[in-house]
Design a protein around this ligand. Structure first.
Ligand SMILES: C[S@@+](CC[C@H](N)C(=O)[O-])C[C@H]1O[C@@H](n2cnc3c(N)ncnc32)[C@H](O)[C@@H]1O
Length: 298
């Protein structure tokens, strides 16, 4: 005999369990997790009267337990909505953040009317969310996605396939702390037919920028689930900026621009690194909370 349960009763129970464990958004999380457990297309509401099988109920309680232990909803689902699409994530990729949509917003608005082919470089691609979102919107474009982590690049490839963007993408492993990293990129652009120029119109980058000593103070959802390499910016948080900015001009076309995400309190020291690297700060963009979040440089 199969037991059936009512969605409303399960939701009420799930919400109270999450509330008891002080999960910040208990109602939304319970609704998303129940929808996922029953494979429901849309997020279910309290008024929905859906019968749930025992197997589905068990899945729901399993997800609730994971959430209570600190696993983010996106990690349980294995995907995160970013800009206009869902991106699959794995344990090697950063969980895409809403703040990073600022770069996509600026680039897609600035270049939406461009007729020429746009060559884009995504440094530290992670799940691919920034670069792939841009080439999804800018039809006449190609993308080189780079990361130190092979398993992250595999996820970029999977996301590109799902979004039907594989033909516009090339991806490769690089480490911007290696002396030859710029040279390695040039070798790729020389060989790859996707790239007619060996420099880029647009470079986007969201590097790791948390101070090493701050990582242990981050919330469980971040420190236990985002890969350390995607967070750790070194002793003062600026290691990746220093390495990337040093020779960045060798990768930018004359009228090319680079958009880089920065920590909310990093702008003043970033200005000094830019000066030392002979780069110009063109504009600073705020995030949705009003913090300086993205710099445009050339
Ligand atoms: C903050 S995450 C950003 C991921 C993705 N772009 C996003 O916004 O969700 C930084 C990324 O840089 C990569 N990374 C860290 N150190 C690197 C290095 N030395 N060379 C190349 N990539 C690196 C990490 O693997 C990670 O995917």
């Amino acid at each position: 005999m199969v037991d059936y349960f009512n969605s409303k009763e399960l939701l009420i129970d799930g919400i109270s369990k999450l509330q008891f464990s002080k999960i910040p958004t208990p109602e939304l999380d319970a609704r998303i997790l129940l929808s996922y457990a029953i494979n429901h297309q849309d997020i279910i509401y309290m008024h929905n009267d859906i019968s749930i099988s025992k197997n589905e109920k068990n899945k729901f309680y399993d997800y609730l337990n994971k959430r209570i232990q600190g696993k983010p909803v996106s990690r349980i689902l294995g995907s995160r909505n970013f800009w206009k699409k869902d991106f699959l994530i794995n344990k090697y990729t950063l969980d895409p953040r809403q703040d990073s949509e600022v770069i996509v917003d600026i680039v897609t608005k600035t270049y939406s009317n461009s007729n020429k082919h746009i060559q884009i470089l995504d440094l530290g691609a992670g799940s691919g969310c920034i670069g792939l979102s841009i080439i999804d919107d800018l039809k006449n474009s190609s993308l080189l996605s780079l990361d130190i982590c092979k398993q992250a690049l595999e996820q970029v490839n999977i996301n590109a396939k799902r979004l039907n963007l594989s033909k516009k993408l090339h991806y490769a492993q690089i480490n911007w702390f290696e002396k030859t990293w710029i040279q390695n990129i040039k070798l790729i652009t020389e060989k790859e037919k996707l790239f007619s120029k060996n420099k880029f119109d647009i470079i986007v980058c969201n590097p790791p920028y948390i101070k090493s000593s701050e990582i242990k103070k981050l919330q469980i959802e971040v420190k236990n689930y985002d890969p350390l390499i995607s967070l750790d910016g070194g002793i003062d948080g600026y290691d990746s900026y220093k390495a990337i900015f040093k020779d960045l001009s060798k990768l930018l076309l004359n009228n090319g621009v680079c958009f880089v995400e920065i920590g909310y309190d990093m702008l003043e020291y970033i200005k000094i690194i830019l000066k030392e690297s002979n780069l110009n700060l063109i504009k600073v963009y705020k995030d949705f909370q009003g913090h300086s979040r993205v710099i445009q440089i050339s």
